[in-house]
Design a protein around this ligand. Structure first.
Ligand code: SAM
Length: 318
């Protein structure tokens, strides 16, 4: 990354529409195939593992907020997709959720899912109020779109989304502004994003511009040049995702976040996070329930995780 500031300057001059419309079109085209089909997919363990990571992360930061004696918790789900985390917010007993995504069909599915969840609630059961916004968070300012113009969030959660913004400095900064602008003092911006170092390491070890296995592939346009913004790669996961993404150079991201008065408090790889959090018996139990272990047998004691069929609930239900 040493020589790349100059390239960054030129890339920042991009004024064309960029890849956002491609990303939106891609996510809009993804079919909501239902639980049964999702569970048959060969990547089900990976999806469940990713969901476990999100569940633990969200649960831990909600706990931090609750320890500050907040009476009413508001959350911004930036790039909410079809609402895969709705049940996590329900479980966390938040009071208000604002869901935002660039893909209108995903937002509609998210609304539908929230409606279904509401209709399944018992009359005495608590469910957060929700608001849904379709917006390109890299180009539009969300503050102008909230129903309550004074809303403040305790948490902004940005799960597997932020890397789409690293096409240009302006886009990355706008998304960051959207994430942090309406956080209360002491609020948290939490998220998950691909590890740029690992991607580049694997690319450099490959003889071509591509690496992967029978389930996934990552293809770069070029090897050896990694501009700070717009460093595009195509990610394909068993036909599930095949859209342009961008490397997020973390030290730069951290510096940019400082401008928005944010201080980095945690940065971990999934492997490090797993190793630490699986020590906690509640998290470990959740991991078993979410059926994520077959993929990670060495992380548990070897052998069967001992899950009964009836214990199996899809990860997105957590
Ligand atoms: N956060 C959800 C989850 O964890 O299940 C969805 C993650 S999905 C991998 C990425 C999501 O980011 C998609 O729903 C996509 O439409 C959304 N996205 C990508 N670029 C965006 C942008 N510029 N503004 C808002 N949402 C965006």
């Amino acid at each position: 990354f040493a020589l790349l500031k100059i390239i960054c300057f030129f890339l920042n001059q991009k004024t064309d529409e960029g890849h956002c419309s491609k990303v939106a079109a891609h996510y809009n085209e993804l079919q909501e195939c239902g639980l049964a089909v999702r569970n048959q997919s060969r990547i089900v363990y990976l999806r469940n593992f990713n969901n476990w990571i999100k569940s633990v992360l969200i649960g831990e930061y909600l706990e931090q907020v609750k320890q500050k004696n907040r009476q009413s918790i508001s959350v911004l789900d930036l790039g909410c997709g079809k609402g895969g985390d709705l049940l996590k917010w329900k479980k966390g007993q938040i009071n208000k959720l604002v869901c935002v995504d660039i893909a209108d069909i995903s937002v509609e599915q998210c609304i539908q899912r929230y409606g279904d969840m509401k209709s399944r609630c018992y009359s005495n059961e608590h469910l957060f109020a929700a608001e849904f916004v379709r917006a390109d968070c890299t180009k539009e300012l969300l503050a102008e779109k909230y129903q309550d113009p004074d809303i403040m969030f305790d948490i902004c959660s940005c799960q597997f989304v932020y890397h789409y913004s690293f096409e240009t400095l302006q886009q990355a900064d706008t998304m960051l502004k959207n994430a942090c602008d309406r956080l209360r003092p002491g609020g948290y911006f939490i998220g998950t994003t691909p590890n740029a170092y690992e991607l580049v390491k694997r690319l450099e070890a490959s003889e071509t511009n591509s690496f992967g296995n029978e389930l996934y592939s990552v293809t770069f346009q070029k090897k050896g040049e990694y501009p700070l913004f717009g460093c595009q790669y195509d990610f394909n996961l068993e036909g599930v995702v095949n859209v342009p993404e961008f490397l997020v150079y973390f030290p730069l991201f951290e510096e940019m976040a400082k401008k928005h008065k944010m201080k980095l408090i945690l940065k971990m790889t999934f492997a490090e996070f797993f190793k630490e959090k699986v020590q906690n018996s509640e998290h470990k139990m959740l991991l078993k329930k979410m059926k994520s272990l077959e993929q990670y047998p060495s992380a548990e004691n070897s052998g069967s995780p001992g899950i009964n069929k009836e214990d199996y609930v899809h990860a997105e239900d957590y």
